[in-house]
Ligand binder design. Structure first.
Ligand code: ADP
Ligand code: MG
Length: 671
């Protein structure tokens, strides 16, 4: 019934119906769930004697006169007088001669608008009006008035008029779906009350309670969905349980031989992962940690444990540079264990690829490291026990699912773009979270400064000085509107400028996405060996590069990058013992840009920055949320941590007791 099309219920034109459709409103239900954007509280009437010009006032009184005239320049004008106990006031409207028919003389009326001072007196100009009819509820004034998102031809007044009878007549058809225990626990108002009051609230307290209830519902249903998905994933995969034991001795031995001690956060994350590996269903865990927090070694230890249990491991990274770096890193870290570690990427020759795939399928490869090539057709594993995705935010949901499909391995995703917890448990809520929230000891704070143009030369000379002391620098060129070609052009120009004019005596290198893989590799190797002092690069550098001797990051056109990205760039330095610096240059700064740069100067924590980013840009922009299937929330906010936690707890309770929602058919239908 509630799905009845509006053309069967509303008395209006097809043009209006079309407009409503543009707002996403097609059925009675859509319309009733089209919530106000905000409210005007016009419960207090202004006394005519107390009116001030240029302020919105709402007056209740009697319309003592009303007539049409034509002004000297031919405009149609409707003039009238409204009176209350304290006085009377002139009112004018332009081009609305029909008003004299609609507003009978001496009727009780509410006018709302701005009073202006003109020709020596105060006049109310073009106010909105509503006749007071004795038995009917006021909907446009004299109350908390709902204001809706409008579109051409459809304003809030129109919406209120059409919506009111629908609310009155159809609301009973909405059914409460929230389990009694949750309603009681949080003291929520009923669903019908909430919908009615959110449109036409009787009092502000009830409005607040209704908004709270509806916001909770949205978050709750999202949580219910991800938590059920998680339960299914665990349950469906029970038959493929891996028999993984924890090899404490081996792990201890490996940890003892590291050139550093693990941080507490690393140890805790490792324990959480090992705990998952023992379980009879696959892990689905997201390891979050700031750039340089040392996620790789945590992953490597988990890998070692899984391989020692007789399973294969796959590690997928978003770029070839990064995959290669992992490949080398894993060989180095695990060299004492004589494992077969292989690498596969776009640049791998067909013949080598075939050979490696054969090894993967027969099970001779222990650890397979690569790019997207790992999830291409023809790939398979003999017994994949663990799949790791580095920089998971660079991959889509599909790619993650693809990796999972190779025999339901344990899945560990890693990201250096810390996602605020609120978002993480909503967007990636089917995953468990481990967080490395401390950097290894001895890391210095990276000094970050916005450099004004007039100090550019000074900055260059300073960098030269640092390089002569043995340090290395990155120069990142601005992002150019998704155009690879233009970007390469600009980076070539910058490279020529810097190598010929600014640093002629230094070795300047160049890196961009259009280079051949061997060229990229050679440059990264040279940079690693300090054969290149300054590396000029496009944003390809963003992910995962690890050169401890690099201590200066110079970013051109910093205003063009998002906060997470800037933070990623900055994470390329400060990885070694040297005090490191991040210099930001900008061409122009919007207000938002300024906020971002200020945040960069002030904060070093990626978590803090991601929260700020979330507030400035909203979740859609940053995390491609639409792509991950989260609907736009109408009432709730993805930054509302208190309510998100509340919703998650309540949803978890339901899923614990009734994972398939057999006893909650209405909820099941909704998700
Ligand atoms: P990310 O979390 O950004 O992937 P990496 O795993 O690449 O960080 O680690 C960054 C650097 O820190 C590497 O050179 C790594 O060897 C080093 N590292 C990792 N853990 C520690 C630690 N506990 N103490 C000191 N250095 C560490
Ligand atoms: Mg990393």
């Amino acid at each position: 019934m509630l799905n009845k099309s509006l053309d069967k219920v509303l008395r209006t034109t097809s043009r209006h119906l079309g407009r409503l459709e543009l707002l996403g409103v097609k059925t009675v239900k859509d319309f009733l769930l089209y919530f106000p954007r905000t409210y005007n509280d016009t419960r207090e009437f202004t006394k005519i004697a107390e009116i001030r010009t240029d302020e919105i006032c709402t007056i209740k009184g009697q319309l003592t006169s009303l007539f049409n005239i034509r002004t000297k320049n031919g405009k149609k004008m409707t003039r009238g007088v409204i009176a209350d106990k304290t006085g009377s006031l002139g009112v004018v409207w332009f081009n609305q001669p029909h008003l004299t028919r609609m507003l009978p003389r001496n009727s009780e009326i509410i006018l709302s608008g701005k009073a202006k001072f003109a020709f020596g007196k105060i006049t109310l100009q073009g106010p909105s009006y509503e006749l007071i009819k004795k038995e009917e509820e006021q909907i446009h004034s004299g109350r908390i008035v709902p204001v809706y998102h409008e579109t051409e031809g459809i304003n809030s007044k129109w919406i209120r008029e059409k919506l009111k009878p629908l609310v009155d007549n159809w609301i009973e058809l909405f059914e409460e779906y929230m389990p009694e225990e949750i309603l009681r626990e949080h003291g929520f108002v009923g669903y019908k009350t909430a919908i009615r009051s959110v449109h036409f609230p009787d009092e502000p307290e009830l409005l607040e309670k209704s908004k709270e209830r509806l916001a909770f519902d949205e978050l709750f249903l999202l949580q219910l969905k991800v938590l059920q998905k998680r339960w299914f994933w665990q349950n469906i995969n029970k038959p493929y349980a891996k028999n993984i034991k924890i090899h404490n001795e081996i792990l201890k031995d490996c940890i003892d031989n590291l050139p550093f001690t693990l941080t507490n956060a690393q140890t805790k994350s490792l324990e959480e992962i090992l705990e998952d590996l023992k379980k009879p269903f696959p892990m689905s865990r997201l390891l979050q940690g700031d750039v340089g927090s040392g996620k790789t070694i945590v992953a490597a230890l988990a890998v070692l444990n899984v391989v020692k249990s007789g399973y294969q491991v796959a590690i997928m990274a978003p770029t070839e540079i990064l995959a290669k770096q992992h490949y080398k890193g894993f060989i180095e870290t695990l060299k004492a264990y004589s494992l077969n570690i292989q690498f596969i990427a776009g640049s791998t020759t067909k013949k080598t690829k075939e050979d490696i795939i054969r090894q993967m399928k027969t099970g001779t490869v222990d650890i397979m490291i690569g790019t997207h090539s790992l999830i291409q057709e023809g790939i398979g594993f003999k017994n994949l026990g663990l799949a790791i995705i580095d920089e998971q935010h660079r991959f889509g949901v599909k790619q993650r699912e693809m990796l999972k499909s190779y025999g339901s391995p344990h899945l560990l995703a890693m990201t250096a773009t810390p996602i605020p917890r609120t978002l993480a448990i909503t967007v990636y809520g089917d995953q468990d979270l481990s967080i490395i929230d401390e950097l290894p000891k001895g890391r210095q704070k990276i000094i970050t400064r916005l450099v004004p143009e007039k100090k550019r030369i000074e900055a260059y000379r300073w960098i030269e000085d640092q390089v002569k002391k043995g340090r290395q620098a990155f120069v990142i060129c601005p992002l150019i509107d998704d155009s690879d070609v233009l970007e390469v052009k600009s980076v070539l120009k910058e490279y020529a400028f810097l190598s010929e004019h600014v640093f002629p005596s230094l070795k300047v290198g160049l890196l961009h996405g259009r280079l051949k893989q061997e060229e990229k590799d050679k440059i990264m190797n040279d940079y690693n060996d300090n054969k290149i002092n300054i590396l000029v690069s496009t944003s390809v550098i963003e992910v995962g590069i690890d050169v401890p001797n690099a201590s200066i990051m110079l970013i051109e056109g910093a205003e063009r990058f998002g906060l997470s990205q800037l933070h990623q760039f900055r994470g390329r330095v400060g990885r070694g013992e040297h005090q490191s610096y991040c210099f930001l240059f900008t061409n122009s700064l919007s207000e938002e840009g300024t906020t971002r740069i200020k945040a960069m100067e002030k904060y070093t924590s990626g978590f803090k920055l991601s929260e700020i980013d979330l507030e400035i840009r909203g979740p859609g922009e940053i995390y491609g949320i639409r792509q991950s299937g989260i609907p736009d929330l109408k009432m709730a906010s993805l930054t509302d941590s208190v309510n998100i936690e509340k919703a998650r707890k309540s949803a978890q309770k339901i899923i614990n007791k009734d994972p398939e929602l057999k006893n909650h058919p209405k909820l099941l239908e909704l998700i």
